[in-house]
Design a protein around this ligand. Structure first.
Ligand SMILES: NC(=O)c1ccc[n+]([C@@H]2O[C@H](COP(=O)([O-])OP(=O)(O)OC[C@H]3O[C@@H](n4cnc5c(N)ncnc54)[C@H](O)[C@@H]3O)[C@@H](O)[C@H]2O)c1
Ligand SMILES: CC/C=C\C[C@H](O)/C=C/C=C\C=C\C=C\[C@@H](O)[C@@H](O)C/C=C\CCC(=O)O
Length: 258
């Protein structure tokens, strides 16, 4: 799908990866409506992006994804997410429940067999699903949950009639406030602070928001593909992967295809 002229709805766009994804889409000619719970940051982002891309092309609305629905458009990006092992119920609410709700609402709105015009549903998941790490079990559960949810829909034979495609966008570590806020031993955001820091300290592992957003644009180059899981690799070898359970104690339950 070419984003040019398309209407996009994106959650969690006030800062971080969501903001980067919006800029990438706006630069390709899309119009974006975004929401966030951070009102001041959201308004500031809206003003800056309106200045850069035009006042008619980007709009902000205050919205908490855990208590609101939305009327979706051609492309829906459920991006809002948190990392907070000390508040596991909230983490499930934002990362799993709200992304599922947002996806179901988008599907209802887009499906051609019920009068919609088709579309693309993208959920920001995480490259962490490809790693065996122990320091964020709840976060891990939510991200694996979204992989299961989306790949189930993507392989549903009715999807051809519905005209809707699904993409799990799985960024590598990205330099955002989410990472910075977890980088505090007393925050309780992760279960094992030293292990978290060790992962973030791998040379070159943390990508910039711009680099992650450029990888995101690759999702729009393959409109006919039914593959659903796009894994960003910090070494540049990003691509679609398929899940495969392995019976050895492997490092990953995802194997690359092609
Ligand atoms: N930063 C990373 O290394 C990384 C890597 C892979 C995946 N991710 C995922 O990318 C997504 C964005 O993360 P980020 O790093 O940009 O984080 P961030 O904290 O910088 O940005 C997340 C945005 O979501 C908003 N948000 C949080 N809860 C919300 C709610 N209930 N309703 C509406 N908006 C809400 C926040 O206010 C914030 O503006 C998340 O789903 C995260 O899990 C992050
Ligand atoms: C720890 C929580 C912190 C932040 C949240 C965020 O979602 C975390 C992301 C953590 C790691 C991402 C890693 C991505 C790695 C990829 O670049 C790639 O190297 C994965 C490697 C191997 C997968 C196996 C394969 O290639 O098939």
């Amino acid at each position: 799908m070419d984003p040019c002229g398309k209407g996009v709805f994106l959650t969690g766009g006030a800062r971080g990866i969501g903001r980067g994804l919006m800029e990438a889409l706006l630069s390709k000619g899309a119009k974006v409506m975004f929401c966030d719970v951070r009102v001041e940051t959201g308004k500031a982002t809206e003003a800056e992006l309106q200045q850069k891309f035009g006042a008619d092309n980007v709009f902000f609305r205050e919205c908490d994804v855990t208590d609101s629905g939305f009327g979706a458009v051609d492309i829906c990006v459920n991006n809002a997410g948190i990392l907070d092992e000390s508040n596991w119920e909230k983490t499930i609410e934002v990362n799993l429940t709200a992304q599922i709700r947002g996806s179901q609402l988008a599907l209802d709105h887009m499906r051609r067999d019920r009068g919609g015009r088709g579309g693309l549903i993208i959920n920001t998941v995480s490259g962490i699903v490809a790693l065996s790490v122990h320091f964020c079990p709840v976060y891990m559960a939510t991200k694996h949950g979204m992989i299961g949810f989306m790949t189930s829909w993507a392989k549903n034979p009715k999807m051809k009639d519905m005209g809707v495609r699904w993409r799990c966008f799985c960024p590598a570590l990205t330099d955002t406030d989410l990472l910075k806020e977890a980088n505090d031993a007393d925050s309780g955001k992760v279960e094992d602070f030293n292990a978290y820091q060790a992962l973030c300290s791998v040379e070159g592992a943390v990508m910039s928001v711009d680099e992650t957003a450029q990888e995101f644009l690759k999702l729009f180059q393959d409109q006919d593909s039914d593959d659903a899981i796009f894994l960003v690799r910090h070494n540049g070898a990003s691509g679609y992967v398929r899940r495969q359970l392995v019976d050895s104690d492997g490092v990953s339950n995802i194997v690359t295809v092609d």
